[in-house]
Design a protein around this ligand. Structure first.
Ligand code: ZN
Length: 199
C-alpha cells in the first residue's frame, strides 16, 4: 500500500526530488505538495479509499469526518464518502479554528479528524477543541502523510486514540550554510515557483 501511495505522489508531482528551499528557509532534497495528488480525482479517490479502509478495518464507526481547511477539505470528503459518513471542514476566522457555513456536530457523534500531512499536529489539535466544543467524540485521526517523526503524535494527549496514515516521510533538512546539495552545485528552487514548474 505504501508503495502504491508513493507511486501516486510521484506520478502526480506531489512528491518531488531535487533541491528545495522550504518555507522555513531550510533546504531539503524532497518536497511534498499533497494538493497535486488531488489534481487527478481518480488518484484522490484512491487515496481516500485507502485511508477509509484502514479506519474500517480497525473497527471504527464514524459519523462525521472533519478536516481543517485547506489541506484537509478534499481528503475529508473522499474519506467520508468511503466511510458513508458526513464530511465537513473547519477553517480559521481571525486565526481561530471553527465550523462555519452551517456545519454542525451533534452531541455524541463519533468524529474522525483527517489531514493531508501531519507535521506538528497543531491544526489537528485545534480541530479536536472544535469537535469537543460541540459535544462530539473524537475517536481517531488520519492523514495521507506522517511527517511528525512519531508513530502517533496524538496518542499522549488523547488517551491513545488511534492514528492512521498511508506513508511516513522523514526527509532531512539542512541549513543553507551547511547544505550538501548546495555544495554539490545543484541549483536550489522554491517549490511552487514558475521556474520550478518549467524546469
Ligand atoms: Zn541547499
Amino acid at each position: 500500500m505504501e508503495k502504491r501511495v508513493i507511486e501516486i505522489l510521484k506520478n502526480t508531482g506531489a512528491l518531488l526530488e531535487g533541491h528545495f528551499i522550504l518555507s522555513s528557509g531550510l533546504h531539503s532534497s524532497n518536497y511534498v505538495q499533497c494538493a497535486k495528488a488531488f489534481e487527478y480525482p481518480e488518484y484522490g479517490g484512491e487515496i481516500g479509499a485507502l485511508i477509509a479502509k484502514e479506519v474500517s478495518e480497525a473497527g471504527l464507526n464514524i459519523d462525521v469526518v472533519v478536516g481543517p481547511a485547506l489541506g484537509g477539505v478534499i481528503v475529508a470528503y473522499e474519506v467520508g464518502k468511503n466511510l458513508k459518513a458526513r464530511a465537513i471542514f473547519t477553517e480559521r476566522e481571525e486565526n481561530v479554528m471553527k465550523l462555519r457555513r452551517g456545519f454542525e456536530i451533534n452531541e455524541g457523534e463519533k468524529v474522525l479528524i483527517v489531514e493531508d500531512v501531519v507535521t506538528t499536529g497543531k491544526s489537528t489539535f485545534e480541530v479536536v477543541d472544535v469537535v469537543e466544543s460541540y459535544g462530539g467524540k473524537v475517536v481517531g485521526f488520519a492523514s495521507i502523510i506522517n511527517r511528525s517523526g512519531k508513530e502517533n503524535p496524538f496518542a499522549e494527549k488523547t488517551n491513545g486514540k488511534p492514528y492512521f496514515y498511508l506513508v511516513k516521510f522523514d526527509f532531512p533538512t539542512y541549513n543553507p550554510d551547511d547544505c550538501p546539495l548546495c555544495k554539490s552545485g545543484i541549483p536550489a528552487v522554491k517549490p511552487g515557483s514558475r521556474k520550478m514548474n518549467t524546469k
